[in-house]
Design a protein around this ligand. Structure first.
Ligand code: CAA
Length: 259
């Protein structure tokens, strides 16, 4: 598969995807969405791949938003008829295997929203998050008003969406938007290290853990608890459950079948 706007490489069981439009601060246009959808689809469908990392090329930006130059001449009917932005749900959010966003520099508008689609975010100390759409006369469209509010609470989400200001890495970590901050120079290594660790564990269990946490994020407690129990019970039918528990008892490392 050849991609125009991203780079994709496999490092053992880890897929590294790099947004690669540095001249446009990795702004997200339809080509990027098509490329990312294909890359995440290929990752999800490849049994040799167990975790992915998404990052931005260049030091300045993870992604500075949806591509304004692509949107400027569209009218409301165009956006509605194309169901603009819906492809992010089917192409990226629907990924069943785990993936991490490694955020360097600007993650603004759609860039912040894309990072929030990841299972978790590791931020460089240079990272800057924001939902500045209000300054363009619009509002978030790729999930920002919803995921940011769930991640950081109403007060900070309102502050970010209404003022359009940027939040630095430290504030983002304090607010719970990112899992941790690392020096910019170490960002990729740290994210790849996490990904390799996740990839070393039973892959079906990773997928189910991801699904469970997302259910907590997206539904109510009663439904979440029931779904968690059922998914736990289903996992106990896997060969990797038998191997994991046997290996613990026998004081040795597990060898995973992925089923
Ligand atoms: N879309 C298209 N092009 C973009 C872009 C975007 N979102 N962000 C940056 N670029 C382009 C610039 O136009 C510029 O290209 P040219 O050299 O051809 O003019 C290039 O990237 C470098 O950008 P700047 O010269 O502006 O760099 P800077 O360092 O002066 O400023 C910045 C950096 C503060 C991030 C500034 O580029 C900026 O404000 N970008 C727009 C951020 C934004 O509004 N994002 C939200 C977009 S709307 C959205 O995302 C909707 C949604 O909900 C999904």
């Amino acid at each position: 598969m050849t991609y125009e706007t991203i780079l994709v490489e496999q490092r053992d069981a880890v897929t590294l995807i790099t947004l690669n439009r540095p001249q446009a601060l990795n702004a997200l246009n339809s080509r990027v969405l098509a490329d990312l959808s294909a890359a995440f689809g290929a990752y999800d469908g490849d049994p040799t791949q167990r975790c992915a990392v998404l990052t931005g090329s260049g030091e300045k930006a993870f992604a500075a938003g949806a591509d304004i130059k692509e949107m400027v001449y569209k009218d409301a009917a165009d956006f509605f008829l194309e169901d603009f932005f819906s492809g992010w749900q089917t192409g990226v959010v629907a990924t069943r295997k785990p993936w991490i966003a490694a955020v360097n520099g600007f993650a603004l508008g759609g860039g912040c929203e894309l990072a929030m689609m990841a299972d978790y975010i590791i931020a460089a100390d240079t990272a800057k998050f924001g939902q500045p759409e209000i300054k363009l006369g619009v509002a978030p469209g790729m999930g920002g008003s919803q995921r940011l509010t769930r991640a950081v609470g109403k007060a900070k989400a309102m502050d970010m969406c209404l003022t359009g200001r940027m939040m630095g890495a430290e504030e983002a970590e304090r607010a719970g938007l990112v899992s941790r901050i690392v020096p910019a120079a170490a960002l990729l290594d740290e994210a790849l290290k996490d990904a390799a660790l996740i990839a070393s564990m039973p892959p079906m269990a990773a997928m189910v853990n991801k699904e469970m946490v997302n259910i907590a994020f997206e539904t109510g407690l009663a439904q979440g608890l029931l779904t968690e129990r059922r998914l736990f019970q289903i996992l106990t039918a896997t060969e990797d459950k038998k191997e994991g528990m046997t290996a613990f008892v026998e004081k040795r490392a597990g060898v995973w079948k992925g089923r």
